[in-house]
Design a protein around this ligand. Sequence first.
Ligand code: ARG
Ligand code: ZN
Ligand code: CA
Length: 352
Amino acid sequence: MKKVVLGLATLAMVFSCQNDQNDANSNDFQEVQVDMSDFTLLVEDDGLTDKSAKGAEKCHSMNNLEYRLQKDAGLAKKMYDVEYNTRKAIALKANAKGKPGGGSGGGGGTTPIYTGAITIPVVINIIESSPGKVTEAQINSQIAILNDDFNNNNSGTSSVPSEFAASVADINITFTRGAVNRKISSNTSWGTNDAMKFASQGGIDATDTANNLNIWVCEIGGGILGYAQFPGGASASDGVVIGTDFFGETSAGGIYGHGRTATHEVGHWLNLRHIWGDGRCNRDDYVSDTPTSDRANYNCPSYPTTHCRSNDMTMNYMDYVQDDCMYMFTTGQNDRMRALFVAGGAREGFVN
Ligand code: ARG
Ligand code: ZN
Ligand code: CA
C-alpha cells in the first residue's frame, strides 16, 4: 500500500477553559496532551495475511480508504483532525473524572463526549437483479440486529470471558428504518470504488448523509462482505456497503449470514478501527481497553487465543470472526464513537 504521509505536528497541547459551576475556581484551565505520534492511515499488509486463515476476507474498508486517499488530497488532513478531536475528548473525559462536578453532563458542546440518546435513521439503497430479491424480512432483521448489537442485547454477550466482562459497553444508539430505495441492475461485481453510490455510475445517490446512515446493498463481488467510509470523508459517498448475501438474516450468507457485517461496518463508520490495529503488536486500534494483537481472527476461536502476550478479544465486533462469535463493543470503543456527536463533531447532525 502507498504510504500516506501526514506532514503535521505530532504532539500538541490543548488548553480548554471549562465552566464548572460546582467549582469555586471557575476559571479553571484544563490542560490535556494529545499525542498523535502513532496515528496512521496505513495498513501493514503483513498484519492481515494469517496463513491459516481464510484469505478471502480481506480488509475492504481499508482498501476503500486507500482509494479515497488517492482521490482526495484533503482527506488525510480531515481524518487527522477527526482523530485529534477524538483523542482530545477522551483525554478531557479522563481529566474530568474525579473532579467535583466533572465527567457528567447531557452531551452539549462543552462536554467532551456526547452522553445523550442517539437515534440514527437508516436509508437503505438496494441494487438488485430482480424486484424484491432483497426481502422485507432481510431489511427488518438487519435493523433489529443493529439495534441488538448497539444496545448490548446480543444474546451471545453472556459468553464474554470474565477478563473482558467489565469492558462490555451499551452504546445506546437506536437505528430506525427510513426510506428504502430500489434499483434493478445485473452488475454482479460492484467492487469497492463506490460506483454503487452514484446514479451517474448506475447506482443510487446518497440521501442527506448528515442526518441519515446510508446503507447500500448490492453484489460487491470477490467474496467481499462489506465496507464502510470512515468519518471525515466526502458526504456524497458517506455510509456503508453490504453484500446482498450478508445483509440481515440470510441462509446464503452461511457463517456471515446473521447481519453482523453491518454492525462491523457501522463501527468503522463511527470511527472504529480493526481491533488488532491493522498491523503488528506495536500498532493499536487507538482504544485502551482492547488488547493488542498482530492479526485478525477468523471462524470461531477458542478462548484464550493469545497474540502479543495478551488474550485477544476475538468476540469484539471489530475482529474478523464469524457472525455468531462476535458480541461486544468496549467502553473505550463507545467513547471513540460518541466523541463524533459533540458540537463540531463529524456526526453531530444526528443529534441536532
Ligand atoms: N471484511 C469486512 C471489512 O472490511 C467485514 C468483516 C465483517 N465480519 C463479519 N463477521 N461479518 O471490514
Ligand atoms: Zn473492517
Ligand atoms: Ca487497543
